[in-house]
Design a protein around this ligand. Structure first.
Ligand code: 5GP
Length: 195
């Protein structure tokens, strides 16, 4: 997706050979026009699959997930990383190790919002080692729902997550795939990989 790649090049900041900061349009300040385009692009890639819910993880997945859900005409759900007073029981839970924060969170969603009748699109801002996607898959499987695919805004092709998911036969669509951040240079895979 060219407008996203342009934004990554112009506004992304390479923090290390494996981490890029995109706080200017996705992870802190949010570009709503770009989010709308992202939502429309994901909807066009997954529209034939009979999706009933879009599932993401708080907080950075929420903006693109909401716009994708809007375009698909279905609800978006975000898994919470902390239990709240109003959300203690009746939950599906899983553990996710965060690549950027180097901590493990127990993520959860209410059993009220996912059932075996659902066909769910997982969406996240980044795909690195696939831990977040793995946790979200676990929540879906606990509910008896099925997985339609995984939608990723920025995939880091030099980490293993994409390969692991595709090897399981899951349809993974990434809008920008980075092949390297070495020497603070942002390089994209020329051909986007999709299953
Ligand atoms: P994974 O679970 O696939 O290892 O990592 C994906 C999660 O870690 C995403 O939800 C995202 O929040 C975070 N993440 C991974 N790599 C990066 C990165 O290079 N930059 C930013 N901003 N977040 C990342």
């Amino acid at each position: 997706m060219d407008c996203l790649k342009k934004k990554i090049v112009e506004e992304g900041k390479v923090l290390s050979p494996s981490v890029i900061k995109v706080d200017a349009f996705l992870n802190h300040q949010i570009d709503p026009v770009l989010m709308k385009e992202i939502g429309e692009e994901f909807a066009s890639r997954f529209k034939e699959l009979g999706i009933t819910k879009v599932l993401t993880l708080e907080s950075s997945g929420i903006a693109p997930a909401q716009m994708t859900a809007l375009s698909l005409g279905v609800p978006a759900i975000f898994a919470r990383k902390k239990k709240s007073l109003t959300m203690k029981d009746h939950l599906y839970t899983s553990k996710v190790h965060s690549f950027t924060k180097q901590e493990t969170n127990e993520i959860s969603i209410s059993k009220d919002f996912m059932t075996e009748d659902d066909h769910v699109l997982i969406l996240d801002d980044f795909l690195a080692n696939g831990q977040a996607a793995k946790g979200l898959i676990d929540l879906i499987e606990q509910s008896g729902a099925s997985i339609a695919g995984v939608a990723i805004v920025i995939e880091k092709g030099f980490q293993d997550g994409g390969r692991l998911l595709r090897r399981q036969g899951i349809k993974v669509e990434s809008l920008a795939t980075l092949s390297s951040l070495e020497g603070s240079t942002i390089t994209f895979e020329t051909q986007e990989v999709s299953s």
